[in-house]
Design a protein. Structure first.
Length: 131
């Protein structure tokens, strides 16, 4: 939690801070990744365990990331809609994918930092056509 708090407290654009968090998560040691995967597995298999995990994370990671997103919305760095909670869920999905997928080679998916760049482009730029 300390490392994530330090990253989120940096005086940098929200995109840069989320990129730093995703890079931090992607760089976790295998033992740390295994602990996170076990917690995710437990959360998927047990409603009781999911509630306990959420209550625990509600004291650290979740409110810090949510507050960062909400502040970026208020400051005009992010659009006002969808809600901060929807943006939070999208950010968690993108950052969490870096943890779950790791260096797994997938057809059509770039490796290493390019994978993170592509994921963040999706998060910040969306999948819809502009014009």
């Amino acid at each position: 939690v300390v490392e994530l708090g330090a990253i989120l407290a940096r005086p940098a654009p929200v995109r840069a801070r989320l990129a730093a968090i995703a890079a931090y998560v992607a760089g976790l040691a295998e033992a740390e990744r295994a602990v996170v995967r076990m917690a995710l597995r437990d959360a998927l298999l047990s409603a009781e365990r999911r509630q306990r995990l959420f209550a625990r994370f509600a004291q650290g990671h979740i409110p810090m990331l949510f507050a960062t997103i909400a502040a970026a919305q208020r400051g005009g760095e992010l659009v006002e809609a969808p809600t901060a909670m929807v943006m939070f869920m999208a950010a968690v999905a993108v950052i969490g994918a870096q943890l779950v997928l790791g260096d797994l080679p997938l057809p059509g998916v770039p490796a290493g930092p390019e994978r993170l760049d592509a994921a963040l482009a999706l998060l910040f730029d969306g999948i819809g056509r502009r014009g």
